[in-house]
Design a binder for this molecule. Sequence first.
Ligand code: C2E
Ligand code: MG
Ligand code: MG
Length: 285
Amino acid sequence: VSKEEGGNRVTKYDPTLFREEEENLSIERELIAAIHRKELTVHYQPKYVFNHSYSPGLVGAEALVRWNHKGRGMISPGIFIPIAEKSKLIVDLEKHVIQSVVAQIQKWKAEGVMRGRVSINISMDTLFRKEFVPYLVTLLSSHNVEGTMIELEITERIVMKNEDDLKEKLQRLHKLGIRISLDDFGTGYSSLSYLDHLNIDILKIDQSFVHKSMTQSGIIAAIVQMAENLSLEVIAEGVETKEQAETLADLGCDRMQGYYFGHPSSPEDYEASFLHSWSRDDGFS
Ligand code: C2E
Ligand code: MG
Ligand code: MG
């Protein structure tokens, strides 16, 4: 048995870059096909306002792309998004996601169940395409969807590389009513000066701080205070337990997203579980 284990270990941890590259190439090839065949889907994870006085209320959702691969099963975006970003496939992928989200909002609006905003993760390549804003304008108006129903999540990496161009780009998005949030906040190495002059509306506290919220409450409190001083909203991601939710509320962060409130789910499940019971009187006790 031990021999077998040893053997397995060698193949499993074989560090040849070659193999990884080959693997990535094959994922890339299959991703192209998957985008064309529309095999990527979008799941929705609810965002809540949670404090001690009221029962939690739904404030929106985050759209998260999913790839259900025939042979490999569910492939995590954590794996294929970085590959798509390297190969520029990301622009086609995100076009597909944005289109799917806007069509979904149109449907929820028509059914009278649309609540809050839906946020979409956007990469640098998509954001800086010349056609991006005109594309959004056309898409929104053809689906009768207001910009106020959309939020775009960008990361600090984007901010660091493009401060000047970004300001103008975000201004144009703002004029459409679209809001901008800074995802995984606190994990990058950027200077904080941009927070003051870029049109950023929301800081999304990274889940690593949330998971250590009992011991790292000082960091969360500092982010909340800074956000308040700069008139930014804050939301915490990755909230998994009632204790974390209560700690965050105590620290002044009352917007939350995480498995405690709901997992990312298909549009049908999201609608049934969250949109049709958006004021959760049944409570999270
Ligand atoms: P993100 O934007 O920071 O999204 C949050 C991730 O945390 C999601 O992983 C979500 O499923 C997961 N999550 C939510 N609540 C909890 C929780 O309570 N505990 C834990 N441990 N995790 C939680 P997911 O869906 O695997 O996505 C990973 C990343 O892939 C996203 O991180 C985002 O950066 C990227 N991504 C997903 N969809 C898109 C997309 O359409 N475009 C781009 N550019 N990136 C995307
Ligand atoms: Mg995100
Ligand atoms: Mg995040």
